[in-house]
Design a protein around this ligand. Structure first.
Ligand SMILES: Cc1cc2nc3c(=O)[nH]c(=O)nc-3n(C[C@H](O)[C@H](O)[C@H](O)COP(=O)(O)OP(=O)(O)OC[C@H]3O[C@@H](n4cnc5c(N)ncnc54)[C@H](O)[C@@H]3O)c2cc1C
Length: 449
């Protein structure tokens, strides 16, 4: 049996591996010269040194088991870091105090009780109102269609969460995982993130990240694994019509607009205008190279600040071997940090100079050491279509893997995984499409116009 997978992002990679492992002959066709899709890296020379830059900081949680399963399959598990227990430093521009969200030994939701009790960025009254809301969120039926039509922000307000709790806690986690503020997000997607990522298991929220450039972790490792599995990988091969493909099954693991262009009309059981209905939301990363260490932790989250999460990128980029090495010689080596701005609709189109003028003072307010440091380089990466826009009502625009055309399937983080657009969702979608192909064992793809 033969299959073609169109699109070499995490969804296409996962689907191709799964089908090849089942003994099929698989061709993977990717438009760009490399695999990895929205997770990629490029080189940039900074002060005479070639650094690896990721298009955007990516993190995962311990609950992302499909994604970590893919890392295992690619043989790169030793190239990621996974916290033994959730530990997030939370700084404020308004104070030199430091907050820490660290899980304790109790079962959820009490595993965060100690950390929240000592969390300096919320008052006592707000803290007292947290537990009932957390318990209620744990009980939300995230699969009920009505839940997806509700706004997370409205739900939080109805559960006595004020603007401060939303800013200093709910959005701190929610914006980075949903790519939308609570006000703009679907309750179903938010409930998925908080239930699976925080409440179902105590260790679910331990944070993981790559220690190497994303290109190395995903695209390059996938090329090796796919080739070894017998998959014919064709990069720089943009598919412009399905009619040229003569395999038994085709999985389209491409973004929504490309899927609509390639699919025969009415292939998906979705309302008209589904691509526009899904929309897209941007993520902006600011990259800063300093002449000394400004951040000692691997990352910090920010409150009272437009900065959301700031990551040390020094080791990944090749600027220095480890942060520990830098800390030992703080005046010598340089440090590279990336500021990840999700839901960046307000900033994504601003010129670099304006972004620099606007955000560097905030970084100096958040990280006091940056005030004395010299900024050696500042540049930005903009992903205007990083994810679909997870607004209320988007679930009805997300298709399942099977289309109405026998032998034709769709995958991608935007399909009906129940998850927001994440690496976990992408891998799950690829696996779901592969499972459908293997279950159906279609005899031949027939494109019916
Ligand atoms: C800046 C940024 C930060 C993010 N941060 C996180 C994070 O911290 N954690 C997390 O879990 N997720 C994060 N995400 C989301 C995550 O990267 C995506 O959800 C996931 O990578 C999507 O994978 P995919 O395979 O569904 O789609 P894509 O990666 O979009 O892959 C689709 C592929 O199809 C190819 N293609 C398109 N048209 C054709 C054609 N006609 N012929 C052949 N090939 C074609 C494209 O070139 C592309 O390679 C982030 C995304 C961005 C952009």
């Amino acid at each position: 049996m033969r299959a073609t997978v169109v699109g070499g992002g995490l969804a296409g990679i996962s689907a191709a591996l799964r089908i090849a492992d089942a003994g099929w002959q698989v061709t993977l066709r990717e438009a760009r010269p490399r695999l990895g899709g929205l997770t990629y890296s490029f080189q940039r020379t900074v002060a005479g040194q070639d650094l690896w830059i990721d298009n955007g900081q990516h993190v995962f949680l311990r609950c992302c088991t499909a994604y970590t399963g893919l890392l295992d399959r690619l043989g790169v598990t030793d190239q990621v870091e996974l916290q033994p227990r959730l530990d997030v430093t939370v700084r404020s521009e308004a104070s030199t105090r430091v907050g820490r969200l660290r899980r304790g030994a109790l079962p959820p939701p009490l595993h965060l009780g100690g950390a929240l009790a000592g969390y300096p960025w919320l008052g006592l009254a707000a803290k007292a109102r947290l537990l009932p809301a957390v318990v209620a969120l744990g009980r939300v039926d995230r699969e009920a269609p009505a839940t997806d039509r509700d706004s997370f922000g409205a739900w939080l307000r109805a559960h006595r969460q004020g603007p401060r709790a939303i800013e200093a806690l709910w959005d701190l986690i929610g914006v980075a995982t949903l790519n939308a503020t609570a006000e703009r997000a679907s309750l179903a997607l938010a409930a998925t993130v908080f239930q699976l990522g925080l409440l179902d298991r105590a260790d679910a929220s331990d944070i993981g990240w790559s220690r190497v450039p994303l290109q190395q972790l995903h695209g390059d490792a996938a090329l090796r694994a796919l080739t070894k599995a017998g998959v014919e990988v064709r990069t720089g091969d943009k598919v412009s019509t399905l009619e040229e493909i003569g395999t038994d099954a085709v999985i389209l693991a491409v973004p929504p607009d490309q899927a609509r262009r390639l699919l025969p009309p009415s292939s998906l059981d979705l309302p008209d205008g589904w691509v526009e209905g899904l929309g897209s939301a941007p993520i902006l990363n600011l990259h800063l190279v300093y002449d000394r260490v400004v951040l000692e932790e691997p990352f910090v989250a920010a409150v009272d600040s437009p900065l959301q999460w700031v990551f040390d990128r020094t080791g990944h980029s090749g600027l220095a071997a480890t942060t520990a090495e830098l800390v030992e010689a703080p005046r010598g080596p340089r440090q590279y940090v990336a500021v990840s701005l999700s839901a960046a609709q307000a900033y994504v189109d601003l010129p670099v100079a304006e972004l620099r003028a606007r955000f560097v003072p905030h970084l100096e307010a958040l990280l006091p050491r940056a005030r004395q440091a010299t900024l050696l380089d500042f540049f930005v990466t903009r992903e205007r279509h990083a994810t679909f826009d997870p607004t209320p009502g988007t679930a009805r625009f997300r298709p399942t893997a099977r289309t109405r055309q026998p032998g034709l399937y769709v995958a991608g983080a935007w399909t009906a995984t129940g998850w927001p657009a994440t690496m976990e969702g992408a891998v799950r979608s690829g696996e779901a499409a592969a499972t459908a192909v293997l279950q159906d064992q279609p005899s031949r793809l027939e494109v019916v116009a």
